[in-house]
Design a binder for this molecule. Structure first.
Ligand code: NAP
Length: 280
C-alpha cells in the first residue's frame, strides 16, 4: 500500500483532495492536522515524515489570506520553508512531492506567458521571472523555485490553481464574502478577471495526475508544472452576480479599487484535458 501524507486536509482544497484520494484503494492517507504538525516548525515536519516514511507528500497547506500574509511573521515559514523541508525529505528518501501553488506567482505577466497554449514550462518562467504583487505570491513563488532546484522532474509536480470556491475552509472566497456582505449591502467587487474553479472537480482532476496502485505511484503526465482551473474567464462582477442569483441574494454592487491588484491581471488560462469546465 502506498503511503500518502496530505498536509492542509482541513482546508478548502485539502478536504476535497482527501475525499478524492479516499476513493483510491492503493493509497493509505495520513492527514496530519495543525495540532499534530505545525508547519512553522521544521523539525516537527521532518520528524513526522521520517516516522511515517511516505511514498508521496501532497502539500495543500498554506497561509492563504493574502492581506494577512503581508504582515504575519510566519508567512515564509509556512508557505516557503515547510515545502522546502518536504522537498528535502523527498530528495533523500525516494518520495514524490505534489505542491499546490497559485496564479499569484504572476503579477502582470508578459504576452509570452499568456500565449503559451498549455502548461507554462520551467524555462519560460526562468526567462520571464515571476512578478508577484504580494508577500503571499512571493512565498509561493519561492517555494516553487526551491522545489524545482532541489528535485528531479520525476520527483515533483507543482499544480497552480486559482479562484477556488465550494467546499469549506478558512479562505475567504468570493461566495463567502458575498454572503457576509449581503447582510450589509452594498456588495463590493473589483475589476479583476477570475476563473472560478469549484474545488470538488478540481481535487478529482489533481488526483488524475498520478496513478497509485501495486506498482507504486506513477505520474501520468510529463509536465512538472500544471495549471488547473476553470475555462471560464469572468469579471469578478459576473462571478458575484451569479453567486447572488444562485443564493437568492439581492443587493447593490459597488466597484472598489483593490490596492494589491490595481489592474486586470491576465494569467495563464489552462485546463487539464478532460476537465473543460470546472465552473458551474
Ligand atoms: N483558495 C483559493 O482561491 C486559492 C487560489 C490559488 C491557490 N490556492 C492554493 O491552494 C492551496 C489550498 O488553499 P485553500 O483555499 O484550501 O486554503 P485554506 O482553506 O486556507 O486551507 C489552508 C490549510 O493550510 C493549513 N495550515 C495553514 N497554516 C498551517 C500551519 N502553520 N500548520 C499546519 N497547517 C497549516 C490550514 O490548517 P488549519 O485548518 O489548522 O488552519 C488548512 O488546512 C494553497 O496552497 C493555496 O495557496 C488557493
Amino acid at each position: 500500500m502506498n503511503k500518502i501524507i496530505l498536509f492542509g486536509s482541513t482546508g478548502r482544497l485539502g478536504r476535497e483532495i482527501h475525499n478524492a484520494l479516499s476513493m483510491n484503494d492503493g493509497a493509505k492517507i495520513i492527514a496530519p492536522t495543525r495540532d499534530i504538525v505545525d508547519l512553522t516548525r521544521d523539525y516537527v515536519i521532518m520528524e513526522f515524515l521520517e516516522d511515517h516514511a511516505p511514498d508521496m507528500i501532497i502539500n495543500a497547506a498554506a497561509m492563504t489570506n493574502v492581506l494577512e500574509c503581508e504582515t504575519n511573521l510566519f508567512t515564509m515559514d509556512v508557505n516557503r520553508n515547510a515545502p522546502y523541508i518536504m522537498a528535502e525529505y523527498c530528495k533523500l528518501n525516494n518520495c514524490k512531492l505534489l505542491q499546490i501553488s497559485t496564479n499569484y506567482v504572476f503579477g502582470k505577466i508578459a504576452s509570452q506567458v499568456l500565449n503559451t497554449h498549455c502548461v507554462v514550462q520551467i524555462d519560460t518562467i526562468k526567462e520571464q521571472p515571476f512578478k508577484p504583487q504580494s508577500k503571499y505570491g512571493w512565498s509561493k513563488a519561492y517555494a516553487e523555485m526551491d522545489i524545482q532546484s532541489m528535485l528531479n522532474s520525476d520527483d515533483y509536480r507543482i499544480v497552480r490553481v486559482q479562484n477556488l470556491y465550494g467546499g469549506t475552509g478558512n479562505n475567504d472566497t468570493i461566495p463567502i464574502r458575498v454572503l457576509r456582505q449581503s447582510k450589509n449591502p452594498p456588495i463590493t467587487y473589483s475589476n479583476i478577471r477570475v476563473k472560478p474553479t469549484r474545488v470538488t472537480p478540481l481535487a478529482n482532476a489533481i488526483c488524475t495526475l498520478f496513478r497509485c496502485d501495486n506498482s507504486g505511484i506513477v505520474w501520468l503526465r510529463d509536465n512538472t508544472i500544471e495549471h488547473i482551473c476553470s475555462n471560464e474567464y469572468l469579471y469578478e462582477k459576473e462571478f458575484i452576480e451569479s453567486v447572488m442569483i444562485t443564493c437568492g441574494i439581492k443587493g447593490k454592487m459597488v466597484l472598489v479599487d483593490n490596492p494589491l491588484r490595481p489592474d486586470v491581471i491576465l494569467r495563464p488560462t489552462i485546463t487539464l484535458p478532460g476537465y473543460k469546465s470546472l465552473w458551474e
